[in-house]
Structures are given as structure tokens and as C-alpha cells.
Design a protein around this ligand. Structure first.
Ligand code: NAD
Ligand code: TYD
Length: 379
């Protein structure tokens, strides 16, 4: 298992052909999979896993490269013979149709999205366009292109636990929890989930959906809590905790999410939803304290140095109190469970950011400065 994870993380490629032969024995060799949003945070890990683990598949990464999309996330696999990239916006239907035709696409893993809650509060329509209309464009393109033999294909929609809204102090989100999205982001994802489900009911499109909790790990854009705070700690800048810091999230290492996506794609049942989570709840302030402690150790700073940067700021409007996933179904039916503890995953993540300062500098130059000023220095 350790070696398998090294492959997925982009290391240890010398023994690749032999191991991949072992892994692909039972795999249909003729899949040509479209992965949307493959240049983003989670998408890049999914692309890497599929390219490395399934050399007989053709993997087509379709991404329009917004501020969040970065081909540097895929440098280690971009030369692989089974990897292809298409710079296309999912709002451009003729371009989508062309890509389906060019590669004779057999399956879709749909991750392209506007993904940041704070941006959705400022510009909700961007989220309607990409997350809702873009998803419907993809559904239509797939349905039309696959119409002769629909049942042989699969449309896998990757979604979020935020569609369920917020929990109080107790309870977990299950696949039966009613949708109650509170932010424009989660409302747009909920809407896209409903369309995917409706295409299954109405047109018999073979679909599967997963709803995952908060991810963290390498290549995470530093607008989200963990990478933003890592970057600020490195530069000894204030750490802006929203509200009282008691909001709670269920954190999952991104490579474990990619592993879950692999399992759901290959073994999930059509028309089903699978919740994915880490059984790993943290109040924001406790997580930030842990991050500060680990980073002081790794940076050789005196204990308490980074914690002094914590600054409580105005709360996010409509800030969901608590997310927590019941991942029993995917565990029981498909045998998936997280492979790393939070302390291990967080430590690996910090190490990755400290070892990849160039990546961090590249993504925090230019527009990022403008975003940061607007977001955190206006009151
Ligand atoms: P991200 O913002 O890092 O990446 C999104 C990618 O989509 C980027 O590469 C971007 O260029 C691309 N994209 C955006 N609009 C596009 C368009 N119109 N056409 C083509 N490409 C476009 O997002 P992420 O965190 O990697 O999330 C990926 C998916 O997983 C999203 O659907 C998100 O809702 C879901 N998800 C994320 C999390 C999380 O914690 N990050 C948790 C659960 C589910
Ligand atoms: P985020 O990473 O934006 O994910 P999401 O809102 O999708 O859960 O935020 C995680 C938690 O951290 C959330 O409760 C909001 C909080 N947060 C802050 O306190 N300060 C920040 O600067 C950011 C970006 C988030």
C-alpha cells in the first residue's frame, strides 16, 4: 500500500510498468475518460492517479484554466503517453462536442467548478454559469454523444457536503439528509446535483454522485483556510479567523479523496450517491492552533510565535456552523476508508508547501494580491 501511495503522489515511478500491470488486470482497457477541472486542486490529484494507475486508459483533462487552474500542478505527468490536455470552457458547447468526438469519450469525471464560498458571496452568477449551466452543458453533450449505447458509459459528478447545509452540535450528514444549501456556492452545487439526478431519472443517463467533506493537501490554492494560513505563517502575516473560530469542518487528505473517486468510478452503482469524509472534525480555531504549533516546529521558531498571528475578523455571512460526514456507506459497500491520519496529512501538507515555495510564489503573485486586498483589508 505504501508503494501504491508513492505512485499516486508522483514518486517512485521506476517500478511503474510492472506494478501497473498488476493493478489493471481487471480493468476495461478501452476507456477514454474526460476529467473536467483537472488542473485544479482535487482534479490534478485525480488526473495523476488515473494516468499513473491506468496506463491503458486515455485521460483527457479539460480545463479552461481560471485563477484556480494551474498546469504546473501536473508537471510530473504531463509527458505521459495516456495524458491529454484541452483548454476548453464548459460553457462552450461546440468545443465540448468537439472534444467528445476527437477522443471518442466513454466516461466523464466532472470536477470543474467555481469552488470558493467567499467568492460566491461576491459574484454568485459566476457560480450559476459554471456550476449549473456548465454541468447541464456536459450532461447534454454526454447524453447526445452516447445515445446509441448509453448504458455502457458513466457520468460521475463530484460534489460537496455543503449541499446539505449546516449541522448543529450533533449529528452527521448521510446520503438521506435533505438538501439545504446556505451559500451561493453550495446552492449552485446542489442545483448541479439535482440536474445530474434528473438526467438519470428522465433520460437514463448512467450517473453516480459523491459528496465529500473539506479537502486539504498539496496544490491547494491559498484562498482556502489551510493553504492561506500556511502561506501567512511563512510570511508572518495575520491569520484571519472568521467569527469566534468555533465553526467545524470534517477534513480529508486530498489523495484519500482521489482514491475514493477511483473506487466510486469503478465500483459505484448507477443512480447512487456516496458521501465521502474523514471522520475527522475540527473546530477552526483548534485546527489553526495545531497548524501554528507544527509550523513553529518545522520553521525552528519559538513555540507560540505563529499563534500570536491569530486575528479574529468579521464573520462570513451565512457561515455554516458545522459539517460532518457519515461515510459508512462507501466504507461498507465499496471498502474505502481514509489512509492517513489528520496529523500525518497535515504534516505532509506543510512539508509540501515548504518544499514548493516557487509554486506558492507563482500562485500568490498578480491577481491573488488584488483578491487578498479586497477580501481581507476592506471592512
Ligand atoms: P478548484 O477551484 O481548485 O479547481 C476547479 C478547476 O475547475 C480549476 O482548474 C478551474 O480552472 C476549472 N474550471 C472552473 N471553471 C471552469 C469552466 N467554466 N470550464 C472549465 N474549467 C473550469 O476546485 P477543487 O477544490 O479542486 O474542487 C473540485 C471539485 O470538487 C468541485 O466541483 C468542488 O465543488 C468539489 N469539492 C471540493 C471540495 C474541497 O474541499 N475543495 C470538497 C468537496 C467537493
Ligand atoms: P474554506 O477553506 O473556505 O472552506 P469552506 O468554507 O468551503 O468550508 O473555510 C474553512 C473554514 O475556515 C470555514 O469555516 C471558514 C473558515 N475560514 C476562516 O476562518 N478564515 C479564512 O480566511 C478562510 C478562508 C476560512
Amino acid at each position: 500500500m505504501k508503494y501504491r501511495n508513492e505512485l499516486i503522489e508522483g514518486r517512485g515511478s521506476k517500478k511503474l510498468p510492472f506494478l501497473l500491470f498488476l493493478c489493471t488486470e481487471n480493468v476495461d482497457m478501452s476507456k477514454r475518460i474526460l476529467i473536467t477541472g483537472g488542473a485544479g486542486f482535487i482534479g490534478s490529484h485525480v488526473v495523476r492517479l488515473f494516468v499513473q494507475q491506468y496506463p491503458a486508459y486515455q485521460i483527457v483533462n479539460l480545463d479552461c484554466l481560471t485563477y484556480a487552474g494551474n498546469l504546473a500542478n501536473l508537471k510530473d505527468i504531463e509527458q505521459s503517453p495516456n495524458y491529454f490536455f484541452e483548454k476548453v470552457n464548459i460553457l462552450d458547447v461546440p468545443a465540448l462536442e468537439q472534444v467528445f468526438k476527437k477522443y471518442d469519450i466513454t466516461d466523464v469525471l466532472h470536477l470543474a467548478a467555481e469552488s470558493h464560498v467567499d467568492r460566491s458571496i461576491v459574484s454568485p452568477l459566476d457560480f450559476v454559469y459554471t456550476n449549473v449551466i456548465g454541468t447541464v452543458n456536459l450532461l447534454n453533450t454526454a447524453k447526445t454523444y452516447w445515445k446509441e449505447n448509453l448504458a455502457e458509459h458513466r457520468f460521475y459528478h463530484i460534489s460537496t457536503d455543503e449541499v446539505y447545509g449546516t449541522l448543529g452540535d450533533t449529528g452527521l450528514f448521510t446520503e438521506q439528509t435533505p438538501y439545504a444549501p446556505n451559500s451561493p456556492y453550495s446552492a449552485s452545487k446542489a442545483s448541479s446535483d439535482h440536474f445530474v439526478r434528473a438526467y438519470h431519472e428522465t433520460y437514463h443517463l448512467p450517473v453516480v454522485i459523491s459528496n465529500c467533506s473539506n479537502n486539504y493537501g498539496p496544490f491547494h490554492f491559498p484562498e482556502k483556510l489551510i493553504p492561506l494560513f500556511i502561506n501567512n505563517i511563512i510570511h508572518q502575516k495575520p491569520l484571519p479567523v472568521y467569527g469566534d473560530g468555533k465553526n467545524t469542518r470534517d477534513w480529508l487528505y486530498v489523495i484519500d479523496h482521489a482514491r475514493a473517486i477511483d473506487v466510486v468510478f469503478h465500483q459505484g452503482k448507477n443512480g447512487e450517491t456516496y458521501n465521502i469524509g474523514g471522520f475527522n472534525e475540527w473546530k477552526n480555531i483548534d485546527l489553526v492552533q495545531l497548524l501554528c504549533r507544527l509550523m513553529d516546529e518545522k520553521l525552528g521558531r519559538d513555540p507560540g510565535t505563529s499563534a500570536r498571528l491569530i486575528t479574529y475578523v468579521k464573520d462570513r455571512p451565512g457561515h455554516d456552523l458545522r459539517y460532518a460526514i457519515d461515510a459508512t456507506k462507501i466504507n461498507r459497500e465499496l471498502g474505502w476508508k481514509p489512509s492517513v491520519t489528520f496529523e500525518e496529512g497535515l504534516s505532509k501538507t506543510i512539508d509540501w508547501y515548504l518544499d514548493n515555495k516557487e509554486w506558492l510564489e507563482q500562485v500568490t503573485s498578480g491577481d491573488y494580491q488584488h483578491y487578498y486586498e479586497k477580501m481581507y483589508h476592506q471592512s
